[in-house]
Design a protein around this ligand. Structure first.
Ligand code: G6P
Length: 612
């Protein structure tokens, strides 16, 4: 987590860095800071958001054409002014920003303390900058070499940027397990944790590989090498991302914009992949592993958070369509529990950011055991997309709101296509059903659009329940993962406790919580389990619970029982998650706004979790 930004050129560095930090604030917002080279190294940093930093720095001289900036998600040391990045070395000559964790910082710090180094903060970053300085001084090497030597010694994850008061034309950057992008302009360089702060200045970027170090010198070509001292040729690629994609476009929040973008983002996920006339699915990124996927005796899905919920939907899809057993694992559990893996297992890693540390580690583990790993990622060029053997991008566009919305529906789009493709190739689905599903899937964006017609009603329901202390979310079959996702969305952004449960399992515990205060959101679409869900609703009503039911349009029975109903269009049972998740996203959004919560930057969370 944490966002890092830097600039080296002829322009006003402070403005570029602060704007970049605002774009990266989704990555962490405990504290923020900037260091500029202007004679010395000038620091501006404080606890709080980038807006607090702007206020803190106002009226001060912020001139300079080289600098670095950081927005923090605290790991070592509480969020306060002192622990905020950048951190200076003891001499005051160097300043460093860091995204990641230096795991052996304590032993490095102890050896530095013995040498007389003094520390102001509790951060591992201050240890690293002093470690670099100690090598620089003691071994009389140049600064890039001191960085290289230091990085050979440290254990953990890092994306770093270093400036030196005595060399105002140079910026040194490096990365391992945390992302770092360098933008290459005309005689100038930009750097950031992702491309969003860069694209308004240049579309030419280099994604650093793990253990690579780049030395950026104003007006010169970059020098790239790795920590083993091997020189590398920078692979500069041109980004396709548009600036509008990362701006709010008239919406109050990114989350709302991203909810409303879903008809388009789902369409983008399907583009070129559904060939209706030919009656086939075309997924180029997995073509080389197609046979393995078809022959797989088992699929294991690894993911975290919302992506894990998309994985649960995929479990139902692959089992239902392609008759292959699927296990869905939290990446953080999978990586540490000595899982049984066979060479003919297919592992699918799902991740919006493509940077989640636990998911990356799970991929490495699966690969080390010989499994084939396919990725379903949103961020092009991300670590997970590079670590996997093959995969399919979701193409949802940048997702900035910390609570994931359009990434979820894009993920299930790609996973539905994969499952359909495997089913067709394996012959586990009648051709007529395959064609019908393909048509229905192609029509999903229009149906999602229709779901928005209920937004006003959802706002009324939100106003009624905004002060609730607890919520229960219920669903069966394909709607069970959506119940989990609905509960997660509410927890994340409104801080109301919510639990998602399989509707029938409610009677084994959560039913004890139900009283006249408890809102229960039930997905009660028409389909194979409709009657059973109706019974579950009756169980809630018998205990005076308040039922908010998501029903198929034209429903009569549930409407007669529920306190509130929200309609979604009719669709095949297996595609229900695309529609039933929409009212749940809107409900949590409106409740959070009404509670005056920071919707796009909920407390304690970060969009991209690059620590374990
Ligand atoms: C964080 C985010 C969630 C996301 C999860 C997994 O917790 O706040 O929105 O679902 O990480 O992230 P990934 O990028 O791997 O999908």
């Amino acid at each position: 987590m944490c966002g890092i930004v830097g600039y080296l050129g002829e322009k006003d560095a402070y403005q570029i860095i602060v704007k970049g930090l605002q774009r990266l604030e989704y990555r962490g917002y405990d504290s923020a800071g900037v260091a500029l080279i202007n004679g010395g190294v000038n620091l501006y940093k404080c606890k709080g958001k980038v807006s607090d930093l702007i206020e803190h720095a106002s009226g001060k001289d912020k001139s300079g054409t080289a600098g670095i900036g950081h927005t923090r998600w605290a790991t070592h040391g509480e969020p306060n002014d002192v622990n905020a990045h950048p951190h200076k070395s003891m001499s005051g000559n160097l300043a460093l920003i860091h995204n990641g964790i230096i795991e052996n910082y304590a032993s490095v710090k102890a050896s530095l303390v013995e040498k007389g180094f003094k520390f102001q903060s509790e951060t591992d970053t201050e240890v690293l900058v002093n470690f670099i300085e100690s090598i620089y001084i003691e071994e009389s090497v140049d600064l890039p070499e001191a960085v290289r030597k230091a990085l050979n010694h440290v254990v953990g994850a890092y994306a770093i940027a270093l400036i030196d008061k005595n060399n105002p034309n140079q910026l040194i950057v490096a990365k391992k397990s945390s992302p770092l992008v360098v933008g290459v302009g005309e005689g100038e360089f930009y750097l950031a944790s992702d491309a969003t702060p860069i694209i308004e200045y240049t579309k030419n970027v280099l994604y650093l590989e793990d253990e690579e170090i780049a030395v950026l010198t104003k007006g010169e070509e970059m020098r790239l090498f790795n920590i083993k001292k091997e020189n590398k040729t920078p692979y500069i690629q041109e980004l396709e991302m548009q600036l509008e994609a990362i701006e709010k476009g008239g919406y109050d929040h990114f989350m709302l914009k991203e909810i409303y973008e879903q008809p388009r983002s789902i369409e983008d996920s399907m583009r070129g992949r559904i060939l209706l006339k030919k009656g086939i699915v075309n997924l180029g990124g997995i073509a080389d592993y197609e046979q393995k996927l078809i022959n797989a005796k088992r699929i294991i899905i690894v993911a975290c958070g919302t992506s894990w919920h998309a994985g649960l939907v995929a479990e139902y899809l692959f089992e239902d369509y392609a008759r292959v057993p699927v296990e869905v694992e939290y990446a953080s559990e999978f990586r540490y529990r000595n899982p049984v893996l066979y060479e003919n297992d297919i592992v699918i890693a799902i991740s919006q950011s493509g940077e989640t540390a636990d998911t990356l580690a799970a991929i490495d583990l699966a690969k080390s055991k010989g499994a084939t790993v396919l990725g379903v990622c949103n961020v092009v060029g991300s670590s997970i997309s590079r670590a996997t053997h093959g995969g399919s991008y979701t193409h949802a566009g940048p997702e900035i709101g910390v609570a994931s919305t359009k990434a979820f529906t894009a993920q299930i789009t790609v996973l539905t296509l994969m499952a359909l493709h495997v089913a067709q190739k394996k012959g586990t689905m009648p051709a007529s059903r395959f064609r019908a599903l393909l048509h229905e899937l192609a029509g999903v964006p229009k149906l999602v659009e229709k779901c928005f017609e209920e937004d006003e009603k959802i706002q009324t329901i939100s106003a009624r329940f905004k002060d609730a202390k607890n919520f229960l979310y219920l669903g069966r079959g394909y709607s069970f993962p959506v119940a989990l996702e609905g509960a997660l969305k509410l927890k994340e952004i409104s801080y109301i406790h919510a639990e998602g449960y399989p509707a029938a399992e409610m009677k084994h515990g959560p039913i004890a919580l139900i009283d006249e205060e408890m809102p229960v959101v039930v997905v009660a679409n028409q389909g194979p389990s409709y009657e059973k869900v109706v019974s579950n609703i009756q169980e809630v009503k018998a205990r005076k619970g308040i039922v908010i039911a998501i029903v198929t349009e034209g429903d009569v029975d549930v409407k007669a029982m529920a306190d509130y109903t929200i309609e979604i269009p009719k669709i095949d049972e297996s595609l229900i998650p695309f529609l039933s998740v929409i009212p749940q996203q809107l409900l949590s959004y409106h409740i959070a706004v009404m509670r005056e919560c920071n919707v796009d930057q909920p407390r304690n969370l970060a969009k991209s979790v690059t620590v374990e």
